[in-house]
Design a protein around this ligand. Structure first.
Ligand code: FDA
Length: 307
């Protein structure tokens, strides 16, 4: 229930203004967000890429303003050029939310998002890196997968995200296990209705394992996005059983979450990618991270009360 309340607050302008203007909030946000600008993103990518891979996310989502969507494209292109100039393109890709590049626009949203993300993919290809398309709430799943299919015609390395909490995802995994298909499997971060999603943690975890089995046995490139130690151990086991070498799959975690586990997996020879968000639009991302772990909320509330 608390998680649902926080995810509802993530969409509330009043809560947004309250949280964004609370003076003690910045140090907590800094745990999950690399900083406000391009330089912060490049600095974080440089630091992390000594032993890990990186996926950078220019924060922003749900735009209903076409100019804003265009500005997001420019921000990604500037980021990608900077990654190229700093010699980071081999170790750093970008993650893009389609709702930040126009998918939510009332007229021609899907087409505008496709045109926009295509420009980002073209710049990524020019500097020698790739794009993974994030997955948002279930109302966008069909549209997002259709856009990924279109992008893969010209940019076959484009990654897609599947969410184990959705009942449909096992069959989506089976459809997306072709050669080279980069699939990031996560549990899912939105507040979804029972009709489309498992809401019980045990059921979500069981679905995650079923999806992992399919992805590991397939011909694609699984990206195991979880901080859950049990699922990480199962992924290692299934990869071994499928005869996959370290180069044939990767683990992924979010910036600031279980960094010691990230270092450990990298030290054991695994490909370990950190998802690094940066930018001014941190509020909805931050609220989803609070919702994932009750201890984060307690920490957040305590710091509000003690300042
Ligand atoms: P779970 O929530 O069960 O957590 C397992 C353990 O990890 C916890 O016990 C705790 O130790 C630690 N942990 C997890 N979350 C934490 C937090 N916020 N703070 C502190 N500790 C935490 N979702 C989505 O819907 N669309 C997407 O595109 C993506 N993209 C994405 C990329 C990457 C690289 C990752 C790692 C995750 C996503 N997600 C996502 C988010 C994902 O769906 C999910 O909400 C979070 O990863 C939390 O789920 P876990 O699998 O970590 O398990």
């Amino acid at each position: 229930m608390l998680r649902s309340a926080l995810l509802a607050a993530a969409k509330s302008p009043a809560c947004r203004s309250l949280v964004e203007n609370a003076p003690p909030v910045r140090p907590i946000v800094d745990r999950f967000v690399a900083g406000g600008g391009l330089d912060d993103a490049v600095r974080a990518a440089k630091e992390l890429s000594t032993d890990r891979l990186v996926s950078l996310d220019h924060l922003g989502e749900d735009t209903t303003d076409r100019e804003q969507a265009g500005a997001t494209v420019s921000a990604y292109q500037a980021l990608l050029r900077a990654l190229g100039e700093h010699g980071l393109a081999e170790r750093a890709e970008v993650s893009v939310k389609l709702s930040a590049v126009g998918q939510a626009l009332p007229v021609d949203g899907e087409k505008i998002a496709l045109d926009n993300v295509r420009q980002i993919c073209a710049t990524a290809a020019a500097v020698g890196t790739m794009v993974t398309v994030d997955m948002e709430d279930h109302t966008t799943t069909d549209s997002t997968l259709s856009i990924v299919r279109d992008l893969r015609v010209d940019f076959p390395s484009t990654g897609a995200v599947l969410q184990a909490y959705l009942r449909r995802t096992e069959s989506d995994c089976a459809e997306l296990v072709g050669p080279g298909s980069r699939i990031r499997l996560c549990k899912g971060a939105y507040d979804e209705p029972e009709s489309v999603a498992f809401r019980d943690k045990t059921e979500v975890d069981a679905s995650y394992v079923r999806c992992l089995r399919t992805l590991m046995a397939g011909q694609g490139y699984p990206m195991v996005a979880t901080h859950d130690p049990r699922l990480i151990a199962i992924a290692e086991h299934l990869a071994g059983k499928a005869g996959r070498e370290h180069a044939d799959f990767e683990f992924q975690m979010l910036y600031g979450i279980r960094p010691e586990a990230q270092e450990l997996l990298a030290a054991r020879g695994h490909r370990m990618r950190v998802y690094v968000p940066y930018g001014a639009e941190w509020y909805p991302y931050f609220m989803r991270r609070l919702g994932e772990r009750p201890a984060n909320i307690a920490f957040f509330l305590r710091s509000l009360l003690t300042k």
